[in-house]
Ligand binder design. Structure first.
Ligand SMILES: Nc1nc2c(c(=O)[nH]1)N[C@H]1C(S)=C(S)[C@@H](COP(=O)(O)O)O[C@H]1N2
Ligand SMILES: [Mo]
Length: 408
């Protein structure tokens, strides 16, 4: 049984919208065809890629854990204690092979279709740049960040803490674009963004396309971004243009966005209809289950990780509240029995950004279990445990995210 589980849910399983290890090994002929059409290589654990794929070759290799060609995580020890994640350390997650890198050769020429407004239009990035501009710091985090801590072996990339980063996005507020095109048509409830990957023939597009719907309340903060950390948006992260939805899980931040539609209903693409749905272990995904939209409050320690020193230690970590600003972070060095407030470090870059924190502690010899617990301004705190769910989404329990440090 154990062996079978390992085969089906190995650490290199490419994840939700990707063909699973299971379909590669024992799937139907149709699934086999889909795998080769998509260009995913079949890798066994021994053949796990150790070098950066071409489209992410500019990344800092030693700061990352390479799970697969399409999934790279920031090492916990490389997260640091800064307010902004360096672009070359930011995690990468592609559900589909990225479009060719040449799409960013002339970024201003990239086109996005806008539907569901009184005057639907196709706009170039060059035109968007004349419609308004804003910069926002926000946390980008995969829904499955923390999946590795679920004991049931949730399928998908086994992310620990590093499928997250805090970056500066620059672009036009989506609301400005909607207003410029005459406002929304009546009756719309969702913003539906479509990714610009080209899909192979012979596969039902709905089954693999990255098309996500989010509630129109996100118009308060959503933007169409062409820059990240003050540089043109890299192809790796969705350049030339990406929908950024501050405080929402990664999947809603559609890369290479080619269409934005204000819609009455959610898209029936698989990634929306049954993907990214929170349900009990063993259940299939369906549209009546909660979708991975707003992120919950979360924090984790980034240093020290394995060994501390006798006497004074500085404990560092990061914390964020999703769409709600943070109130406080508390740290415990005895596994959650006693808590002390940590101090925020550096400037507050707004409600969607993460805040590095620090707490000084004096350690005697032995093992110390360090855990952190964040609370937002609405009083939501991280729970101690986890909410088990089939795909291992949204884990913000403080216990699993702790670290055990040895002082010799
Ligand atoms: N077009 C497109 N957008 C996408 C994806 C994708 O595969 N294609 N993956 C999503 C997921 S699941 C995540 S977690 C984030 C990852 O963003 P990053 O690669 O810039 O870190 O992008 C999201 N947007
Ligand atoms: Mo994700």
């Amino acid at each position: 049984m154990k062996t079978e589980t390992t085969l089906e849910r190995g650490p290199n399983d490419p994840g939700l919208a990707n063909p699973s290890r299971r379909s590669i090994l024992i799937g139907s002929a149709g699934a086999m065809a889909a795998v080769s059409l998509l260009g995913f290589s079949r890798l066994s654990a021994a053949e796990e890629p150790k070098s950066l794929p071409d489209y992410a070759v500019w990344k800092e290799r030693s700061a990352l854990i390479i799970h697969s060609t399409n999934t790279m995580e920031t090492q916990r020890g490389a997260i640091g204690n800064g307010v902004i994640t360096a672009s070359d350390r930011l995690f990468v997650r592609n559900n589909l092979p990225a479009p060719p890198a040449s799409v960013t050769d002339n970024p201003d020429a990239w086109e996005v279709r806008v539907e569901g407004v009184k005057n639907p239009r196709t706009l170039t990035v060059g035109e968007l740049k004349s419609m308004g501009v804003t910069t926002v710091a926000s946390v980008l985090q995969c829904s499955g960040n923390g999946r590795a801590f679920f004991p049931h072996g949730a399928s998908g990339t086994q992310w620990s803490v590093g499928a997250a980063g805090c970056v500066m996005w620059t672009g036009v507020p989506l609301r400005d674009v909607v207003d410029a095109l005459g406002g929304a048509v009546d009756g719309v409830r969702y913003i539906t963004g479509t990714g610009g990957e080209s899909l192979p023939d012979g596969v039902d597009p709905k089954s693999i396309m990255v098309e996500r719907s989010i509630p129109t309340r996100a118009l308060d903060s959503a933007l169409l971004a062409w820059a990240m950390n003050d540089e043109p948006l890299p192809h790796t992260h969705g350049g030339p243009l990406r929908l950024v939805v501050p405080g929402y899980y990664g999947v809603n931040n559609v890369k290479y966005v080619k269409q934005i539609a204000l819609t009455e209903n959610q898209t029936d693409a698989k990634i929306q209809a049954s993907g990214y749905r929170v349900r009990d272990v063993g259940m299939k995904g369906s549209p009546d289950q909660p979708s991975m939209w707003e992120m919950n409050v979360k924090s984790w320690v980034t240093s020290p990780l394995e060994s501390g020193r006798k006497g004074r230690n500085m404990i560092y970590g990061v914390a964020f509240g999703g769409t709600v600003a943070l109130d406080k972070v508390e740290v415990s060095t005895d596994g959650g029995k006693n808590w002390k407030p940590a101090r925020f470090l550096g400037p507050d870059l707004g409600p969607f950004a993460w805040r590095p924190f620090v707490m000084a502690v004096d350690f005697g010899p032995g093992e110390h279990r360090i855990v952190s617990k964040a609370t937002d301004v609405e009083g939501n705190s991280q729970p101690e445990g986890r909410i088990d769910n089939e795909r291992g989404y949204g884990h913000n329990g403080w216990s699993d995210h702790g670290v055990t440090v040895t002082v010799g």
